[in-house]
Design a protein around this ligand. Structure first.
Ligand code: V47
Length: 385
């Protein structure tokens, strides 16, 4: 970390002191960090906070992502993944058998999965009973595979479709095997901006309420922020403060994922000052400020698919402690122009972490550390059911 006079020269004395003594940063502190001309000074503060929580550990997960459909009633302007209806070119909807086939393929490649991440568009016809059946079947076949599925936006959609409360939807999915929820759909909470990028999606209050309801039931969840589109720094800091406030109340957020907006095939037009190659430095700064503001959320993920692997490595020095996982098949980022590959092996992820100077730690969907001898890339004969 830089010394106190250096932070004083940057006008960040009180932030420096707060970070050293582990005290909470204010909204204005968050803004000052976004506006600070020296990003390395901001990064060093975030590295300090990250090391206090996790030392030299950097987490990854052996997982598969399954997007069950891209048909979605929401029509968010940023989204390159969605299609209007089943018949539109490029639209897809997986059957239960398609999902099971993907899991069988994972098993044949000798991977013992520690997370199955299931998300999709808000399909107008897929009913809750279908999702319960999918979860129950997967749990029956793979009882020790943690099921991470459905954002608060999907939960709200199911509740509307079924005419029941979001709490009841959560209870039914939990009974079917849901243990963890991904953090998508938060986008940007600001009430003026949200209607411009996702006019029909669950609003900020609903997203936060449903996260709280999940936490009350013992379902852990993640949280995200989509940045680098139309929002300003104040709207980013506001978003982080609302997540922190919700976490003070309900305590179940495990990991925060800042998602840089990828522009290909998107209807959202960027403002003049954001045209051209996207700023890697802005991504690193956003990771760092997130680590510093979200003092009550244990993990910050540099999602290698959307950040790109090289920047995700660097982000470990700017406050991130998790990279996500092996993945194998990813659609949301790739339909929007993500240049990363579709998946990585355990060896590649561990090398990536070691090359960055950190210690790889394998974890599962709920961030339980997997024992060092947890089965990984094993020969098929040894594969567990
Ligand atoms: O909610 C959509 C974002 C999210 C674009 O919880 C885009 O562990 C960038 O939330 N450019 C879904 N981002 C993905 C997500 C996620 C991913 C990995 C791990 C976890 C977790 C959560 O993707 C959406 C939206 O915010 N998104 N389109 C785009 N063009």
């Amino acid at each position: 970390m830089f010394d106190a006079p250096y932070y004083a020269a940057l006008g960040l004395s009180s932030i420096h002191e707060k970070v050293l003594s582990g005290r909470r940063l204010s909204f204005d502190d968050g803004l000052a960090l976004f506006n600070c001309p020296d990003i390395t000074a901001v990064g060093a503060l975030a590295l300090h906070a990250r090391r206090r929580l996790h030392g030299d550990a950097a987490f990854y997960v052996v997982n598969r992502q399954i997007n069950y459909t891209n048909v979605c009633v929401n029509g968010c302007t940023f989204c390159a993944f969605r299609r209007d209806e089943d018949e539109e070119p490029g639209a897809f909807r997986l059957s239960k058998e398609d999902i099971l086939e993907r899991l069988r393929a994972a098993r044949q490649s000798s991977l013992h999965l520690d997370e199955l991440h299931i998300v999709g568009g808000c399909h107008p016809k897929l009913r809750l009973a279908w999702f319960e059946d999918v979860l129950r079947t997967v749990r029956g076949l793979y009882p020790d595979l943690p099921l991470k599925a459905f954002t608060p936006v999907e939960i709200e959609h199911f509740a509307r479709l079924e005419g029941i409360s979001s709490q009841e939807v959560l209870q039914r999915l939990q009974a079917a095997g849901l243990v963890m929820m991904p953090g998508g759909g938060a986008e940007i909470f600001d009430e003026k901006l949200r209607p411009q990028i996702c006019p029909h999606k669950a609003d900020a209050a609903a997203w936060l309420r449903i996260s709280g309801e999940a936490h009350a039931l013992g379902i852990k969840t993640n949280c995200t922020m989509l940045f680098g589109h139309l929002e300003n720094y104040a709207q980013r800091v506001d978003h982080l403060c609302r997540l922190r406030e919700q976490q003070d109340k309900s305590g179940g957020f495990t990991c925060f994922i800042p998602l840089p907006f990828l522009t290909e095939n998107s209807r959202l037009k960027l403002p003049e000052e954001r045209l051209g190659p996207q700023s890697g430095l802005d991504r690193l700064r956003t990771v760092a400020v997130s680590r510093l503001m979200l003092d009550n959320i244990p993990h910050i993920k540099a999602y290698w698919i959307m950040m790109g692997p090289k920047l995700a490595q660097t982000a470990l020095w700017y406050g991130a402690d998790d990279l996500d996982g092996t993945i194998v098949e990813e659609r949301i980022g790739h339909m929007a122009g993500a240049e990363s590959s579709q998946g990585m092996t355990i060896t590649e992820l561990e090398n990536m972490i070691r090359q960055s100077g950190f210690r790889p730690v394998r974890r599962n969907a709920v961030f339980e550390t997997m024992p060092p001898d947890a089965p990984g890339e094993r020969k098929p004969a040894e594969a567990r059911p």
